[in-house]
Write a protein that binds this ligand. Structure first.
Ligand code: NAP
Length: 328
């Protein structure tokens, strides 16, 4: 499908693309570039590509598809390094969780003749780094592309086919619409998770130990989201501020309404709301975007029958400084 694919950043998303492209034979050559030598060495030892270099300009030479897979906050720096080296008619894309601000920042730096087609695969885990990726990450998940209307449709179709070959369903939409939808489906939920886990972290030590002890009762599911990478999520909130504030405003209004229901004992109102929310989970399962297994398919049983993951079994790359996020 492509002669040379260059991946800039080789964490959860970049390494998942590399693995899937290798598995499906979608590019003759894969060039990998990243910031740290240790990360590049890890990618090399995993055999994720054909060319490995810390020089982003060198990596993009002759590439017909270049995908930025770094946190969105470093895009401008990366573009400053590569813009003079992109091949004419190359497709330049990305996987960032925010689109409007990214397009505004990058567009003036895109050379004439390069097809700039921003993208966002709505797939991820809370783990990060080259080892965290897996080739099936995008299978059955949505990938949103947000090209400007004047972008070459042949190039857009090529990128749609690329993501389709990785197993994704692809939708093309306006960047502003993407940012509003993702603000409520992903960004505000992360903000809520960071907030509730932060509240717990501020509690006194003895109360905290009780929280950990009884964490299986709902709080635990927030902690998984709140374990997502701090750098990536800082960048999401710095770049999608307006949409997040708009959706957060609506959320707070609804929370105040719910607070009143609890205060006045409006059982009927609460039951009606909780019935509607339950139906939403069912529709997500029906759409194939979530498992129907109880408790997310977590094993239940005696300690002998359930293999619990011990803290020492969690790989270092799951908690290192640059990291991924959950379904950003
Ligand atoms: P990740 O696992 O932390 O990987 C980020 C990669 O970017 C690392 O290889 C890091 O390498 C590299 N990097 C950081 N700064 C760099 C720089 N200045 N120059 C070159 N490389 C740099 O993160 P990820 O989860 O793959 O996320 C990457 C992008 O995907 C983000 O924009 C995020 O918004 C988007 N996304 C994430 C998810 C998710 O759930 N995780 C889902 C959809 C989209 P070094 O070790 O060399 O610094």
């Amino acid at each position: 499908m492509f002669e040379k694919l260059t991946l800039i950043g080789i964490g959860l998303i970049g390494s998942s693309i590399a693995r899937a492209v290798q598995q499906k034979g979608l590019a003759k050559t894969i060039a990998i570039t990243t910031r740290k030598a240790a990360t590049l060495d890890e990618a090399r030892s995993l055999g994720l590509g054909d060319i490995y270099t810390l020089d982003a300009a060198e990596a993009v030479e002759g590439a017909d598809l270049v995908i930025l897979c770094t946190p969105v906050g470093v895009y401008a720096d990366v573009m400053a390094q590569i813009s003079g080296h992109l091949a004419p008619r190359a497709i330049l894309s990305d996987v960032g969780s925010v689109k409007g601000a990214v397009m505004k920042a990058l567009e003036p730096m895109v050379p004439q003749g390069v097809h700039f087609i921003p993208g966002h695969p709505i797939a991820g885990t809370e783990h990060s780094g080259p080892s965290a990726g897996f080739p099936d990450l995008f299978v059955g998940r949505w990938c949103v592309l947000t090209p400007k209307p004047d972008v070459d449709t042949v190039a857009v179709d090529r990128l749609i086919s690329f993501w389709g070959a990785l197993g994704s369903n692809v939708e093309v939409m306006d960047a502003g619409h993407h940012d509003l939808v993702l603000a409520i489906t992903s960004h505000v939920p992360h903000l809520i998770a960071y907030n509730i886990v932060g509240t717990v972290a501020d509690l006194e030590a003895d109360t905290q130990s009780e929280v950990i002890k009884f964490s299986a009762s709902g709080f635990r599911d927030f902690t998984r989201i709140a374990a997502s990478d701090p750098v990536m999520w800082r960048d999401v909130f710095l770049t999608n501020r307006d949409a997040v504030l708009e959706m957060l405003g609506r959320f707070l209004e609804d929370l105040a309404r719910l607070q009143r229901m609890v205060r006045v004992g409006d059982g009927e109102g609460m039951q009606e709301l909780f019935t509607r929310t339950r139906a939403i989970r069912r529709s997500i399962i029906t759409a194939g975007q979530e498992t129907a297994a109880p408790d997310f398919g977590r094993p239940h049983g005696t300690p002998e029958t359930v293999a619990l993951v011990q803290p020492q079994d969690v790989p270092d790359d799951a908690v290192r400084e640059h990291g991924g996020g959950e379904d950003a």
